[in-house]
Design a protein around this ligand. Structure first.
Ligand code: HEC
Length: 193
């Protein structure tokens, strides 16, 4: 190979290296979405498991206490183990600490419109890279449909003792008046990139 050509190739390679390294880190979005979907499934199953167990052993009032203590603990544990931030949120939160951020609010507003247009809540999800204040994160959101079971504590006609317990623990509760099939909220997962 003539030396000039060799040098030109070298220079070209150097430019390519600079271009590649100055680009944001390559992200395997498909793998991240798959991982988030599995984590969501596990998280949802744990919550449903403790909810059903608590309803059986302590009745709905006792189960309110249980959700109050255990739901945040389960979310924290799942987050610590996985390196993701795993949580639930809602446009009508019960726990004010679970209020949505801008991204979550926008996605939920869109989901509500799609459900009103006939899509089933259970099919709705979204995965996206979001940049906020210079920090990029991978975000995964999945709708949580309201089932019959949920109406005991999130429906329109709560037993007075259940309503009183909720009022006592969550004076600012907004999470009643749902019907089966409504979107109760979303699972929301986030991983910094
Ligand atoms: C025994 C009462 C009870 C039942 C039944 C119940 N929940 Fe809840 N739910 C709660 C309580 C209490 C909280 C607040 C937990 C906390 O402090 O984080 C809550 C919080 C939530 C949240 C988090 C956002 C928010 O509003 O704070 C979602 C989402 C949710 N529930 C969905 C459901 C779904 C879906 C079902 C049915 C599968 C269900 N719940 C059944 C009591 C209940």
């Amino acid at each position: 190979m003539p030396p000039k050509l060799f040098l030109a190739i070298l220079a070209g390679a150097a430019v390519a290296v600079v271009l590649v390294s100055s680009r944001p880190k390559a992200v395997d979005e498909v793998a991240l979405q798959a991982e988030a979907a599995v984590l969501t499934k596990d998280f949802g199953a744990s919550l449903l498991g403790i909810l059903k167990g608590a309803l059986e052993t302590s009745g709905p009032e006792g189960a309110v206490d249980f959700c109050n203590k255990e739901a945040p603990t389960i979310a924290e544990g799942a987050s610590k183990r996985s390196g993701w931030k795993i949580a639930r949120t809602s446009l009508k939160p019960r726990n004010p600490a679970s209020a949505p951020d801008e991204f979550e609010r926008a996605v939920m507003t869109e989901f509500v419109a799609r459900i009103a247009a006939g899509e089933p809540a259970v099919s709705l999800k979204r995965a996206e890279i979001v940049e906020h204040d210079g920090q990029r994160s991978f975000r995964y959101v999945q709708a949580i449909p309201t089932a019959e079971l949920c109406l005991t504590c999130h429906g329109s006609e709560l037993k007075p003792a259940v309503a009183a317990k909720i009022k006592q623990l969550y004076p600012a509760d907004q999470a009643t008046g749902f019907r089966a099939g409504d979107m109760r909220g979303i699972f929301t997962l986030r991983r910094e990139l």
